[in-house]
Design a protein around this ligand. Sequence first.
Ligand code: GDP
Length: 139
Amino acid sequence: MDEVTLAIIKPDAMRRNLIGKIIGRYEEEGFRIAAMKMKKLSREEAEGFYAEHRGKSFFDELTAFLSSTPVVLMALKGENAVKRNRDIMGATNPAQAADGTIRRTYAKSIGENTIHGSDSVVSAERELGYFFSKTEIYS
Ligand code: GDP
């Protein structure tokens, strides 16, 4: 069964001209890009997106970072897309991410870790709905 998940190319990757390499990686892995847009998030949008982390020590740093440059928002479609994207991204801390993952390859720190991916089917639905209307996601 196909799933759709949200991926975000984060500001550290945007600054280093890595959009094409990251999208290329997803295409090579067989995902379909079902929706895509580039957007500069406001601080409030970043805070709403990461609401589950409100109150944590890194929340201010996290939301300032995510809203610091435009980001690329993508709906990735494919079999088992949520888990497969998490596997391709690698662990949150790039130092602990497996070889060949996007974070291991490109990320410099846990705070600036290049890529976001929904962590469950339920999160994916909320996160896709946060940025895309249903009619923007190609089926
Ligand atoms: P993810 O699903 O792998 O992105 O990880 P989480 O949902 O747990 O955390 C969201 C984002 O917050 C991560 O991608 C990190 O950039 C950041 N983050 C998580 N834990 C830490 C931490 O201990 N320190 C800092 N600076 N950032 C963190």
